[in-house]
Design a protein around this ligand. Structure first.
Ligand code: KG4
Ligand code: ZN
Length: 340
């Protein structure tokens, strides 16, 4: 029997809807919110208002692009958390209403788990190879930095994570210090292409085990910028490419050190990348180079699946549907949801 899942994502500043049928993506629609750009970061109140405006047209477009009617949806999967509460509320409320109106099942999805499972997104059976279990996933987003052992679609263990800032946060905050627009990661990635990654040295953390820390790097970057700009006001602008290249290089070194350690500790050599920072060209190159050097099998998600999208929510919903992991109308959003 065929299973059709409508996915809804509204955890931050993207309103997204997608349809997955029998594990394959039929449509994937995203409305990004430009309103935050002028404030240099996401403004929660504005985000939830924009979600309210966008959600119905986005869902309509996802159903239309998939060529299906509302009545064909077997389950509506939605992001329960983690994320901004006011933003999550819009998606959760919409999903509940949709489920009531159409009698579809309700499936709550963890946003982080969905990022990892985005490695399994495809439109056709023969499209590409996907990871086999167990594999390691480096999940790097604006809010999280984790190394996870994936034993099955819904069976995961976090073996390392950041104790302070996330990698994406380090990109965004340092970008802001240089006067670059939000989100800073893509801008740093672009400028870094023209810079010398050995031009500046920033401090790297000494954290035990497989955990990460990025707050020291952020401070080190701030002090470098402040000291150099004191007598030379045009410094940041003139050396932008070198600053971006050196910063990106340091973030990647920190990420790769612990990932290599995790491979040595677990003996698992299949590595997947996920989350917004997975779009970073330097990180993708570093993973591919390590795969060559150490004989890993690396899986890099398509760019359209690295940042927030609803296809990953629908696919995770599809796997949960298979295990009959349904929610009731009593479900509430959880801003600080952790993976289980
Ligand atoms: O996964 P995501 O879309 O949202 C969260 O769930 O956090 O990740 C957004 C993060 C932002 O910090 C953004 O700067 C970063 O991903 N990002 C990048 C790149 N593209 C997006 N960071 C570095 N290089 C990129 N090319
Ligand atoms: Zn995300």
């Amino acid at each position: 029997m065929s299973v059709t899942v409508l996915g809804i994502e509204s955890s931050c500043d993207d309103t997204a809807a997608a349809v997955v049928r029998d594990g394959y993506m039929l449509s994937n629609v995203i409305a990004s919110q430009d309103v935050h750009r002028q404030y240099g970061g996401v403004v929660p109140e504005l985000a939830s208002r924009a979600h309210q405006q966008n959600i119905i047209p986005v869902v309509d477009a996802a159903l239309q692009n998939a060529g299906i009617a509302r009545t064909e949806v077997d389950a509506v999967a939605f992001t329960q958390g983690p994320g901004l509460l006011g933003s999550l509320l819009v998606g959760v409320s919409f999903a509940k209403g949709f489920a009531l109106a159409t009698r579809a099942k309700l499936v709550a999805v963890n946003h982080l788990q969905a990022h990892i499972l985005s490695n399994f997104l495809k439109e056709h059976a023969k499209e590409k190879e996907t990871p086999t279990f167990p594999f390691l996933c480096l999940l790097v987003s604006g809010g999280h930095t984790q190394i996870i052992v994936m034993r099955d679609y819904l069976d995961m263990e976090i073996i390392g994570q950041t104790i302070d800032d996330a990698a994406g946060e380090a990109f965004d905050k340092c970008a802001k210090m240089m006067g670059l627009p939000y989100p800073g990661g893509p801008a740093i990635d672009r400028h870094a292409q023209d810079g010398n990654c050995a031009a500046f040295r920033f401090s790297k953390p000494c954290i035990a085990g497989l955990n990460y820390s990025f707050s020291g790097l952020k401070t080190s970057f701030l002090y470098t910028l402040r000291d150099k700009c004191r007598d030379d006001h045009g410094f940041a602008e003139r050396r932008l490419a070198d600053l971006c290249a050196s910063l990106q290089h340091t973030i990647i070194e920190i990420l790769m050190d612990k990932l290599e350690k995790a491979v040595r500790q677990t003996g698992i050599k299949e590595i997947a990348l996920a989350g917004g920072v997975a779009a970073n060209s330097g990180l993708r190159n570093a993973i591919s180079a390590a795969a060559q050097q150490y004989g890993w099998k690396a899986f890099l998600p398509e760019f359209r699946f690295t940042t927030d999208n609803a296809a990953m929510i629908a696919l995770t919903g599809y796997f949960k549907y298979g295990k009959q992991l349904f929610s009731t109308q009593n479900i509430t959003p959880a801003a600080r949801l952790s993976q289980s």
